[in-house]
Ligand binder design. Sequence first.
Ligand code: TXA
Ligand code: MG
Length: 339
Amino acid sequence: MEKIDLEVNNAKKVIQDGGIVLLPTETVYGIGANALNDDAVKKIFVAKGRAQDNPLILHISDMDMLDQIAENISEKEYKLMDAFWPGPFTIILNKKPGIAMTATCQGDTVGVRMPSNKIAHDLIKLSGVPIAAPSANISGKPSGTNLKDIIDELKDRVDYVIDGGETDIGIESTVVRVVGDEVKILRPGRITKEDIERVINHVEIDKNVMGEIALGEKVLSPGMKYRHYAPKTHCKLIYSKDAEKMKEKVLEESSKEASKDVVILAFKEDLDYYKNYKCLDIGSKNNLDEVSHNMFSILRKVDSCDAKLAIIEGTSTDGLGLAIMNRLIRACEHDYIEV
Ligand code: TXA
Ligand code: MG
């Protein structure tokens, strides 16, 4: 048996015995447990230090598993699943009553995703149960996209680890909910608004995707309320449609601090422009897949730069840019300047 198949087989036993497993998916690593075993799922909440009102996504390997956990699925919902599964796409559905109570935080709905990553798929299929899995990180920190970044913080908190190398996409799945005629994007991801519009005409981006949530405001997806992706270092996001203007503003803001106290997270093309500053390369502005692949790993590097301020170059919110800007604006706790 190949090493990876052996690992998946070991992980299956851990899942079936009520343990929790660090596993790769095509988006980010997850911490998985048998979604139907409340005691197992509770261990995930403890391992992450996750808020008790923030439900987990249930990962399935085939449509029979969907029928175990969701009901009254509409034609529109089937159309979306058909278009984007398996893949980085999560849909909030009506839950079968009494199922996966801890994973769904006692709610009436369930977030479901069928991952395309082979290791994740095989593990779910072999285990024979939906696997509840949030992103692999202590709550509030950037999600883990490779084991090197997360193994120290998580190895003693899980029962088994599968190494699947670097995840492909690098940011978490798109989360949507169908409300009436409309598809609402609750969390943007690799499946973009434009992708969804090719399947269903009316797509709306929830205002909390880029907006700041007021204290006590009711939100459609609890995860939106919490501090996210944030390094300890203060981060500031700067964007302009005009590339030159953006660079000038980044320099202007940088010059407010001593140069040794600043780190700039810049596109590859702009690194020369900031040559008097410490920089981290976020990838090419012409290749947002590369930027999304790198992003969480780079956010994790910020704190080791010994800076007081991290300034981050932004991008347009078209296409995959929306998912990138959604993560960055949270990393910056809404310290955002558009010029
Ligand atoms: O790509 C991903 O989605 C990764 C990998 C591991 O699959 N998982 C992930 O899980 O990002 P997590 O727990 O970090 O984020 C799940 C998001 C949270 O914002 C949560 O509030 C929302 O989905 N969510 C889950 N179930 C929900 C539900 N029933 N209703 C509304 N929002 C829900
Ligand atoms: Mg998460």
